[in-house]
Design a binder for this molecule. Structure first.
Ligand code: GBH
Length: 484
């Protein structure tokens, strides 16, 4: 690789977090529980019994965290709004104190020249919508229940009216695949249900929620408002070219990616997906007009990428092995894909057990470039967990993370050079935080957080990334940092 690699002028260098993972202050200012509060407080669901009650206390350390972002020279900050903090119970009027927190955060970003990129939903559904105290659906509430999509659009309008004068960039949903298939399929995420039909219904109602919210945002935002969604499309590969392995790849691609890009980009669910799942459901929860709503034109598409997926034909659909021995689920997140086996790809692994494979990122960018010509792309999450420990002087050396970021940015640069309209990159995560079912045991941050004292210390990777952002180019890897 010839180095340094220069990025286009104006390329956006950012970092990302999400509300439940960083804010804490779970019971302050009228905030009510989300499904993640309920789930994390249920014994056995999260490693170590960890919860987001305090998280990294970002709610009280907003100013310090803004200064940290400014010191790193970030061009953008991607954060999410906690739905139950601004609209407790998910219905009715907004709570001013909740909105005030985000208004101050945004003003702090703007004052430092950092572009706010606001996500409306990063998995923290108000618990009362899950329990469905008003909807009266026999199948329960939450995302399998159609009314939740309308509730989300109302919430989107509330936030847009409050912050639309100062936030230009709006993301409706983060990774609806995780909400639908980890939340209602495998049950390793909140609300922890395991019902393949509920998961498919959830996927559709998340798509519908996106479309209805996009309409609400257009109505409430000034003309310059930008509307996007962040997906985690799977870089899925067949283990061989044998027809049955390619068939396994097709099935997983439909359930992971085309179940979202079909309606979003083409206004239709893929015929093969409907056929693959016909023994489970007739999809009658898709009503006339839904697909037109979902196809609402996007201003940009966000792609979150960490690791590829390798499949073959198999006799069981056990989820990929997890290497910390925690959270293995008996239930599959892949409805109907009973004959698919998952394999650990070769190569280096991160602390999550995920293989390091930047080609997967390149492949996804080129695919989206082909499937959605003219649609600007952002990498809204990419990063890695490693077992970082401060040394005797308190410094954190994380050469593996630098190598990971370097390799993925080189892959992104290659896609750019081949025509992909990639506009920016958000490192996951700005700082160590609550890593969902893994609790505080996995560290994705560029900034180290001592979870006892809440002290923040930029890791070597943070300084490295700040230099990339400042120079707008990817330097040669320094000796001693092995390429993955
Ligand atoms: C993102 O989820 C989230 O948006 C973010 O909040 C989170 O902290 C971050 O990534 C790190 O996890 O699960 O073994 O089948 C990413 C979730 C990770 C789900 C990769 C699919 C595939 C490997 N995705 N995973 S496996």
């Amino acid at each position: 690789m010839s180095c340094p690699l220069r990025f286009p002028p104006g390329f956006l260098w950012g970092a990302a977090t999400s509300a439940y993972q960083v804010e804490g202050a779970a019971r302050e200012g009228g905030r009510t529980p989300s499904i993640w509060d309920t789930f994390s407080h249920t014994p056995g669901k999260v490693a170590g019994g960890d919860t987001g009650d305090v998280a990294v206390d970002h709610f009280h350390r907003r100013h310090e965290d803004l200064e940290l972002m400014a010191a790193l020279g970030l061009g953008a900050y991607r954060f999410s709004v906690s739905w139950p903090r601004v609209q407790p119970t998910g219905r009715g009027p907004a709570v001013q104190r909740g909105l005030d927190f985000y208004r101050r955060l945004v003003d702090g970003l703007l004052a430092r020249g950092i572009r706010p990129v606001l996500t409306l939903y990063h998995w923290d559904l108000p618990q009362e919508l899950e329990a469905d105290i008003h909807g009266g659906s026999a199948s329960g509430g939450g995302w399998p229940h159609r009314d939740t999509a309308q509730r989300f659009a109302d919430y989107a309008a509330i936030v847009a009216e409050a912050l639309g004068d100062r936030v230009e960039w709006w993301t409706t949903l983060n990774e609806p695949w995780c909400s639908a298939f980890l939340g209602y399929g495998s049950g390793v995420h909140a609300p922890g249900r395991s019902d393949p039909v509920a998961a498919l219904r959830a996927a559709h109602h998340l798509n519908l929620a996106h479309g209805l919210a996009a309409q609400a945002l257009r109505a409430a935002l000034p003309a310059r408002g930008q509307v996007m969604i962040s997906l985690n499309p799977a870089a899925v590969r067949a283990r061989s070219d044998a027809p049955e392995d390619l068939e396994a790849q097709r099935r997983i691609d439909a359930l992971a990616t085309r179940i979202f890009t079909g309606p979003l980009l083409r206004g239709a669910y893929p015929a093969d997906l409907l056929a693959d799942t016909a023994h489970l459901t007739d999809w009658s929860f898709v009503r006339d007009g839904d697909l037109t709503v979902i196809k609402h034109p996007l201003d940009a598409l966000g792609i979150n990428y960490y690791t590829p997926t390798v499949v073959s034909a198999g006799t069981d659909n056990a989820p990929p092995p997890r290497h910390d021995g925690h959270g293995a689920s008996m239930h599959s997140p892949w409805p109907g894909a009973d004959r698919v086996a998952f394999h650990q790809p070769p190569g280096d692994r991160t602390a999550m057990g995920w293989s390091v494979d930047p080609t997967g990122l390149y492949d996804l960018l080129m695919r989206m470039h082909r499937e959605a010509p003219g649609l600007p792309l952002y990498i809204t999450e990419n990063g890695a967990a490693y077992e970082d420990r401060p040394d005797a002087e308190g410094a954190v050396h994380d050469p593996e993370r630098i190598a990971y970021l370097h390799a993925h940015l080189a892959a992104a640069h290659r896609a750019l050079a081949e025509g992909a309209d990639l506009r920016g990159y958000f490192l996951w995560s700005l700082m160590d935080n609550f890593e969902w079912a893994y609790g505080y045991g996995k560290r994705f941050g560029a900034v180290h957080v001592d979870f006892t004292t809440q002290a923040r210390t930029p890791k070597a990777s943070a300084h490295w990334y700040a230099n990339v952002a400042r120079t707008n180019e990817l330097p040669a890897l320094s000796p001693g940092v092995a390429a993955p």
